[in-house]
Design a protein. Sequence first.
Length: 448
Amino acid sequence: MEPLVSPELLSVLALAVIFVIATTRSVNMGALAFAAAFAVGGLAADLDADAVFAGFPGDLFVVLAGVTYLFAIARANGTTEWLVHASVRLVGGRVALIPWVMFAVTAALTAIGAVSPGAVAIVAPLALGFAAQYGISPLLMGIMVVHGAQAGGFSPTSVYGSTVNSIVDREHLPGNEGALFLASLVANTIIAGIVYVVLMRRGGVPSRAPERAAVTVGGGAADEPTASPEAQETPSGGSPDAAPLPPAPRLDGPIAATLAGLVALVVCALVFDLDVGLTAITIAVLLSIVWPATSKTAVAEISWSTVFLICGVLTYVGVLDEMGTIKWAGDAVSGIGVPLLAALLLCYIGAIVSAFASSVGIMGALIPLAVPFLAAGEVGAVGMVAALAVSATVVDVSPFSTNGALVLANAEDVDRERFFRQLMIYGAGVVVVAPAAVWLALVAPGGA
């Protein structure tokens, strides 16, 4: 008797259930994926434990643990705080430039290895504190921080970039690390620029630095900010729109060594093509040996939930590959008959699911599922992978995502329900527009 549901369809349904449960019950998606790999692989495909573990991404585990370990040390010894304050001082505290400073700082943090929610968690409290103090729209500031995190999120040394490049290598697809990084950098910078101009026109950034402003989320202050006599004077930097600068952490030995280590990580990865994970762990261990007091809690602060999530999802994808589901799904997508339409649908699936679930999780699932479709050669693999990556991450400003929730939680002096609605409306707009835009730029005729 034929089964009512084929093993391939059962495994895809299980993947959908994983995303639904992870979204609605706040269960780690990686844990669900490991359980599903064991259950579906054993029941539907008669795979033993060795076959299930064959899909475990050991190399990617080292990358994720290594870069987040190094970044935990940087956070513990004050390096990340020093970077933020140094960046603000670099622009002389000019209020109108502070949103771009926060964009650039968050981009730099993710580019050198911070997980996106980790970078947002570091910068968002500082950025939204600046917003409340100097009358900047918190909606503008929050959007700039999140898009900054995604702008740097696909560098070769980043968590997202390492994940996608590893998947591309494992699936034997043609890859281009630089194109992937530039696609996300350009897309998020353009979006941030549009938002900045629109909200600036609505009063999102004041022309002067008020001492304290009662801020609403749509367009600056609810009441006209009253500047103190001190704030009305031109600051020492000589610019009438410059804000008083907070004291920066002192550049001590641990911070200087950590900054040197982060530069070394980038050079070793890009110039000498050394393994990112092993290099990051080596640098982190050296810092721990010299300054054990500031590094003793770093191992506990490794982003284990992210490591667990990615490794679990990719292990389940390995089971799908072993079962033949990857080929089956790819043939089904190719069967649509219009390759460009199928590519657009995949971009929208990535954006919609990612707005509510894990961005890196959906990338880990969608790219392998698209392999047979890409292997046909009718759609460029480099452009399609970049389009999927951007579509699945550019929507992370949604208040249902971790990054959007961090912005919502750290906003000061706002009507929280109204702020939630505005983040939700903005996130929905990005979901509608961004996949089509990156598809036109990267996949459709004339794209990469």
